[in-house]
Design a protein around this ligand. Structure first.
Ligand SMILES: C[S@@+](CC[C@H](N)C(=O)[O-])C[C@H]1O[C@@H](n2cnc3c(N)ncnc32)[C@H](O)[C@@H]1O
Length: 261
């Protein structure tokens, strides 16, 4: 499935959809903070260093690195200006394939859960290599292929009849950079690619977070409100049946992080 940049960026017009999706992981056990995880993978002290957080979103990594390393310069870069509205300067609206920094200027680049949105992720990876100093580090993250299987199965049961052939699959939508092909793309530009995985079980105790997760992908469907309304109605019925027999709706969640040098 080709990346439709307009649909993707419509989804990131503001921070609401991303925050909705992330909030479902509040029900994950063991508790997992990807920002803590990334900080644990840092190459060392970042004071006086230049860090570019590319596809920064609402800046959860940027904010943490600025707090931990007040003498570092951490620049939040995103293609969507609305995503950066809550992030203090320095921020920059730019595409990951064309970063307005000179060659060999950055010490650390972050590309957290964003490369699958880039139509040609290899071009962005090459751009990260270009702006990084020799010996600099790229931290990237994504999801494993087949992630959140039960949630995806529910989505297809309720959405495919509404959307028809082809439908919409968020697993297909991230295939450009998921766990199956990310290492190859990164190894093309970096000498060393270390892989770190973190798995948990998300146990949602009520239908609301699942319905809100589905609703948050509306702009990616390229369909009108009626299609999503029909999908949500079918999902409500399925979830009512599920919760009549189970206390929670469960699915595994695995993220994978890459440290590249
Ligand atoms: C799933 S969010 C991740 C946000 C943040 N890295 C995090 O993990 O919280 C993906 C972000 O990438 C941004 N994005 C998508 N395509 C981009 C591109 N080509 N260049 C820069 N940013 C992009 C989106 O606007 C969005 O803010």
């Amino acid at each position: 499935m080709a990346v439709d940049v307009d649909q993707v960026m419509a989804n990131y017009r503001d921070t609401g959809n991303l925050k909705t999706r992330i909030s479902i992981y509040d029900y994950r056990e063991p508790r997992f903070d990807p920002v803590d995880f990334a900080v644990g993978m840092l190459p060392g002290d970042l004071d006086e260093k230049l860090v570019l957080d590319v596809g920064a979103g609402f800046g959860r990594y940027t904010k943490r690195l600025r707090a931990d390393f007040p003498r570092a310069t951490v620049v939040a870069i995103d293609k969507g200006p609305g995503m950066l509205a809550e992030v203090e300067a320095p921020v920059m609206v730019a595409d990951a394939r064309s970063i307005p920094y000179p060659d060999a200027s950055a010490d650390l680049v972050l590309a957290m859960h964003m490369l699958y949105h880039v139509p040609e992720p290899a071009e962005a990876v090459a751009e990260f290599r270009r702006v990084l100093k020799p010996g600099g580090t790229l931290l990237a993250s994504t999801n494993i292929r087949g992630d959140m299987a039960q949630l995806a199965e529910l989505w297809h049961r309720v959405a495919d009849p509404v959307l028809g052939p082809g439908g919409y699959s968020w697993q297909d939508a991230i295939r450009g950079f998921d766990s199956a092909n990310a290492p190859g793309l990164l190894e093309a530009a970096f000498d060393s690619v270390e892989v770190f995985e973190a798995t948990g079980l998300v146990s949602v105790p009520e239908p609301g977070p699942v319905l809100r997760y589905f609703a948050s992908i509306q702009s990616l469907l390229g369909r009108d409100d009626n299609a999503m309304a029909a999908i949500l109605l079918a999902a409500e019925q399925e979830l009512a049946d599920h919760f009549a027999e189970h206390a929670t709706f469960d699915f595994p969640k695995t993220v994978v992080f890459y440290r590249c040098r």
